[in-house]
Write a protein that binds this ligand. Sequence first.
Ligand code: FPP
Length: 253
Amino acid sequence: MTSIEPLAALEARVKTRPLPRHVAIIMDGNGRWAEQRGLPRIAGHREGSEAVRAVTRAARRVGIEALTLYAFSAENWARPYAEVKALMQLLADYLESERGEMMENGVRLNAIGELERLPRNVAERLAQARAETAANRDLVLTLALSYGGRQEIVHAARAAAAAKGAALEAEDLEAALWTHGLPPLDLLVRTSGERRISNFLLWQCAYAELHFSDVLWPDFRDAELFAAVADFQGRQRRFGLTGAQLADGGPGK
Ligand code: FPP
């Protein structure tokens, strides 16, 4: 039904049901999108940044509170130098050109990852955009940059252990994660038909719903986001309980 449902009707339908508060996306398939067209890989990344713009707008419009995008993994530094350089330039351009739109739309920009590894032009524009948008409240857009889930957990474990030693509890580690302050992750989307987590938000995925789309990221737009949200809305989230317990109002029933 959803494949022929008009976009406006799909948008209206997802708005009437409980939304995921926090959606994260592994934006995969830029290279294949370009290769299919006989274009250089960076053309796929460039069209991918158009998808970032469209999906951010759509997420804010329906009322998603937090959108976290895997823009560059810690492992991506090992790609050919020319691709890394072009991606960093694309990020710098995006940060420069989107500040106005972020301000108009109440988007607060956030970033997670080993940000100290970013080149100076990206780091400076990131800091500028984060400062300028800090008071915005409609959507928090988090870019995962030089990000790795294992790296995040190691970083958090070191900080939490330094403070708490052997008394460390799960909440202490969670409070030391780069994602601290964001709502719990409800929905993780991966595009391009791949079905892997690829070191993204490993801790936060514990109870997230997973949605895999066959669409390559540069072609991902509002309709694909809303389809993922509709899929989420059709799931029963049990958090380790039984369906009967949930129907009765929780544990111990
Ligand atoms: C994965 O596709 C994508 C990336 C490694 C980069 C993601 C970057 C963008 C979407 C654009 C820039 C980001 C922002 C926030 C403006 P891939 O290259 O691995 O694709 P493939 O698997 O088809 O080769």
